[in-house]
Design a binder for this molecule. Structure first.
Ligand SMILES: [Zn+2]
Length: 187
């Protein structure tokens, strides 16, 4: 079997597989898990692997000391014959299709992330605009109040001005009358 290139190319088929009459045990003396390889070199090849393999970070094989639990003891054993001919072609074709789909899914996920990010930015901008709009409406209401107050003040001032003019006319008439009276007395 070719080197295991990536753990993502392995899929657990079923664990605790029985071979013949015996259960396959890893160096921990626990039942090994059965996997199917989905590497290009060995598509469809099944193999046993230490049950702690996936738990201990997949390919990060920890040097196994004694029967320490939780560490990958790196136990590996092929199960079943390797695929050849038509079967291998079919597996390889399926694998290529899967890889192509995975690539497409990745592109779509990236696109989705970008769209989500843009959507978040637009949403934030919309919220800011909403806040500005509320503030602007408050300012408009304030200005409308001021405008009404100013109009009332202008009306009051106009009224005062008219009254002042009338008073001036009356004073002028009085002065004219006094002058006429004095002139009349002298004559
Ligand atoms: Zn083990």
């Amino acid at each position: 079997m070719a080197a295991i290139s990536s753990s993502s190319e392995m899929s657990p088929a079923r664990s605790e597989e029985v071979v013949g009459d015996s259960v396959v045990m890893c160096r921990h003396r626990v039942r090994a898990s059965l996997y199917t390889s989905w590497t290009m070199g060995n598509p469809g090849q099944t193999f046993f692997r230490c049950g702690y393999w996936e738990r201990s970070g997949k390919l990060s094989i920890v040097l196994w000391v004694g029967d320490e639990q939780g560490n990958d003891c790196a136990f590996f054993q092929c199960y079943g014959p390797p695929c050849f001919g038509r079967e291998k072609e079919i597996h390889t074709f399926g694998l290529k299709q899967r890889n192509s789909l995975k690539e497409k899914v990745k592109v779509l996920k990236d696109l989705n992330n970008k769209v989500t990010h843009k959507w978040t930015v637009i949403n934030e901008k919309c919220e800011k605009m909403e806040t500005l709009n509320i503030q602007l409406q408050g300012t408009i209401e304030e200005l409308t109040k001021w405008k009404k107050m100013l109009q009332i003040k202008i009306l009051e001032l106009k009224k005062e001005l008219r009254l002042h003019r009338r008073k001036s006319v009356v004073y002028f008439m009085l002065i004219v009358l006094v002058v006429l009276y004095v002139l009349n007395l002298k004559m």
